[in-house]
Design a protein around this ligand. Structure first.
Ligand SMILES: [Zn+2]
Ligand SMILES: [Zn+2]
Length: 721
């Protein structure tokens, strides 16, 4: 009798045992298809001693249906999946799902049918058809994908196929990728860079677990340094993985990579077409994809010979996944490196306090790049006291900043205004009756977007047309915008400098790598004088003619007052400042604040990163906050407010008492309603030695709640919403 244990892709199920039919061979990690009732599910074979399953007699076992002809998931990846499920209190099947692609890629169909525009104009060109053809342009994809790009229904695309304006093309998905050449165009490194690169190269060659913190000021050439480590991995026939925090950073990265290695790396992110995804997954799983650059989800892919992981902009909060399996990619990357016995590089100009602390206690090796590349100087920083130099009524830019913009325009140099708020205004109210537009699904104001003439909720995506009259008192033209968003700053700039060419950079305007490339090209061609952007422009970009950065509201991020408010503000403003003066020209940064004496402002203006980190670290230590203590949030939510409150109280009453651990709440979460669900939060605060996961697992395991209530645990939370 040949039996095996299988972990199926169904989060509600535990592992199940199956019979291996004659002629089929499987081993732990094999990807298989198994029957479940009338259905067929994909799963992975697992070591029975590592996962408990219900005992089922041999005679009652059903046979496996199929085993894919693919390399099995390797032991380090299987251990990573177990660890992630355990640490983040998630169903192991939900973690396994991140390692496996769609069935299409597993089957390895050699080609897929995609569609593209032929150039033939259909006889009947409706506005919808015209819009679809224009938006699709040169792109290809499935009918569904083209419909999304075109902003039309599948039916419109099918109609265009019939009319001959769009045609089918067979796309092979097993085309090999070009192999990056480690010696294509190595750069001349400066002394500090060369030292760091040499250390990383030998770490890659040694093939042992070695965590590095690559701490270099903005513009110091961190990328060139870790490129040398990647080159070493390629030479040793190993794979390398680079994680980026935003898909918008992929495009500039691909360009730099191609210049260094002669071809593009394999990209992995949510913007890929299905055919690209299949091809990438298969190349990764076969080991053919040498270098993969991707979003955090690339971390769980089945690299058979991983030799290096790089987490770029490692301090970024977007590495924390906030839905489903709530993992932090920076921490999981270190764990994968440990399990694979390879080096991992956390690169940042403004490392997280957690990472700095690990370097201080010697767990991480620190590589420092204290100077900018090529002798460029760090920009000069100055605060503008908004109480001393207030902007004119109805404006948001102080006189000094306006003057600096004027000077820069005259010098034909580029400027950047940073405000981390999308849209036109964060709040709209009626001046007649005081009515405020709130999202019907969330505890949040509707944000006005003037370009699209809509109000939008930034939490759930609810949108409504911008109304002409107040819905409460019916007064017409009575609505006023309160506070600025980037669109409003752009209006102010247009009024001040009608001749200036401006661009707004937010996730509303740069929503794909192609859009990012377009923006970069316009900047490089000098077609933009003033950029107005959110955190999307704070990192990654290198524009030599950008010499002025204005921070419109430096106090904005401090308002929430959560654990990381000061740290985040410091990182964001340092990062955006780092965009100034990266070439031969000297850069200048003006920071508008109402409290120039606040410690975080003082540290920013004085360039005292060490002082800031020391003070923040001391404060965390004194409060036993991470990394000196541990936090876990338990979010209870339901569409029914009473039901959510009752369940949260019940969980609160069942809280175990444990030395060095306290449970706060339940209290309404700061976003007390989100996507139509009422939310309450319990916060567990414990010392490092407390086995928080085990305690929470036992605790919640002993409480029953209705199916309509959702209880989510967020271990090491980053968002305190
Ligand atoms: Zn009104
Ligand atoms: Zn909402």
């Amino acid at each position: 009798m040949n039996r095996c244990r299988v972990l199926l892709l169904n989060a509600a199920l535990g592992p199940l045992d199956y019979r291996v039919p004659p002629g089929m061979t499987v081993e732990p990690g094999s990807i298989v298809v198994a029957p479940l009732g009338p259905r067929q599910l994909i799963g992975a074979v697992w070591e029975p001693e590592r996962l408990d399953a219900e005992e089922v007699g041999d005679n009652r076992l059903r046979p496996l249906l199929h085993a894919y002809d693919l390399p099995p998931l390797a032991p380090p990846l299987r251990r990573l999946i177990e660890w992630t499920a355990d640490y983040y209190l998630s169903p192991i099947a939900a973690v396994l799902r991140m390692a496996l692609p769609s069935t299409g890629a597993l089957e390895g169909a050699r080609s897929i049918t995609e569609y593209r525009v032929t150039g033939h104009v259909p006889d009947r060109l409706t506005p919808q058809r015209a819009q679809a053809l224009e938006r699709i342009g040169e792109r290809m994809g499935l009918v569904r994908e083209l419909a999304i790009i075109g902003g039309v229904s599948d039916g419109v695309i099918r109609g265009l196929v019939k009319a001959g304006a769009i045609e089918a093309v067979e796309v092979t998905i097993d085309d090999p990728y070009a192999k990056p050449d480690p010696d294509h165009d190595p750069p001349a490194l400066e002394t500090a860079q060369a030292g760091a690169a040499a250390e990383l190269r030998s770490a890659v060659a040694a093939a042992e677990f070695a965590p590095y913190l690559l701490d270099g000021v903005t513009g110091s050439g961190k990328t060139e340094v870790y490129f040398e480590a990647i080159a070493e991995a390629i030479r040793g026939d190993r794979q390398a993985l680079v994680l980026l925090p935003e898909i918008a950073l992929t495009e500039p990265f691909l360009k730099r990579f191609t210049a260094r290695f002669g071809c593009e790396p394999v990209a992995w992110h949510s913007g890929l077409r299905q055919s690209q995804r299949r091809r990438a997954w298969r190349a990764i799983a076969s080991g053919e994809a040498r270098v993969v650059v991707g979003a955090r989800s690339a971390l769980f892919l089945p690299y058979p010979k991983l030799g290096l992981i790089v987490v770029d902009e490692a301090h970024e909060a977007s590495f924390k996944q906030e839905e489903g399996v709530q993992y932090h990619a920076r921490d999981v990357a270190v764990m994968r490196a440990k399990l694979e016995a390879i080096p991992v590089v956390l690169a940042s100009a403004t490392p997280a306090i957690e990472s700095r602390h690990m370097a201080e206690i010697g767990t991480y090796r620190e590589l420092k790049l204290p100077d900018r590349y090529g002798g460029a100087r760090l920009p000069e920083m100055a605060a503008i006291d908004m109480l001393q130099d207030p902007p004119p009524r109805g404006g948001w830019l102080a006189g000094q900043l306006v003057q600096a913009l004027q000077d820069n325009l005259e010098a034909a140099e580029q400027s950047l205004l940073f405000l981390n708020r999308r849209g036109y205004a964060p709040l709209t109210l009626c001046r007649h009756c005081g009515y405020r537009f709130q999202c019907p699904n969330c505890t949040a104001w509707m944000v006005e977007h003037r370009f699209t003439r809509r109000l939008a909720c930034h939490h759930c995506g609810h949108v409504m047309p911008a109304p002409h009259a107040c819905p409460e008192c019916k007064e017409e033209d009575s609505l006023v915008a309160c506070g600025p968003g980037v669109e409003r700053i752009a209006d102010e700039v247009a009024a001040l400098f009608p001749e200036a060419r401006t661009a707004i950079v937010t996730s509303d305007t740069i929503w794909s790598p192609a859009k990012a490339a377009e923006f970069v090209a316009r900047m490089e061609a000098g077609e933009i004088d003033i950029v107005i952007g959110t955190q999307l422009v704070t990192k990654g970009y290198h524009f030599p003619n950008l010499t002025l950065v204005g921070v419109v509201d430096a106090d904005l991020g401090l308002a929430g007052g959560d654990l990381r408010a000061a740290e985040r503000t410091f990182q964001q403003i340092r990062q955006v400042s780092g965009r100034a003066g990266r070439g031969d020209k000297h850069g200048r940064v003006l920071v508008q604040t109402h409290d120039p004496s606040a410690p975080v402002m003082q540290a920013l203006i004085g360039g005292d990163a060490d002082g800031f980190y020391a003070a923040e670290t001391d404060a965390r230590r004194a409060a036993a906050m991470p990394p000196f203590g541990r936090l876990a949030a338990i979010i209870v939510s339901s569409e029914d407010q009473a039901e959510a409150a009752e369940t949260a109280r019940m969980i609160g009453r069942a809280a175990p008492s444990h030395e060095n651990m306290i449970v706060l709440g339940p209290a309404p979460a700061p976003l007390a309603m989100l996507r139509g669900r009422h939310r309450l939060r319990l916060l567990v605060h414990a010392s490092r030695a407390v086995p928080v996961q085990e305690i929470i697992r036992d605790w919640l395991g002993g409480v029953r709640w209705k199916n309509s209530v959702r209880v989510a645990v967020d271990v090491d939370p980053y968002s305190f919403l």
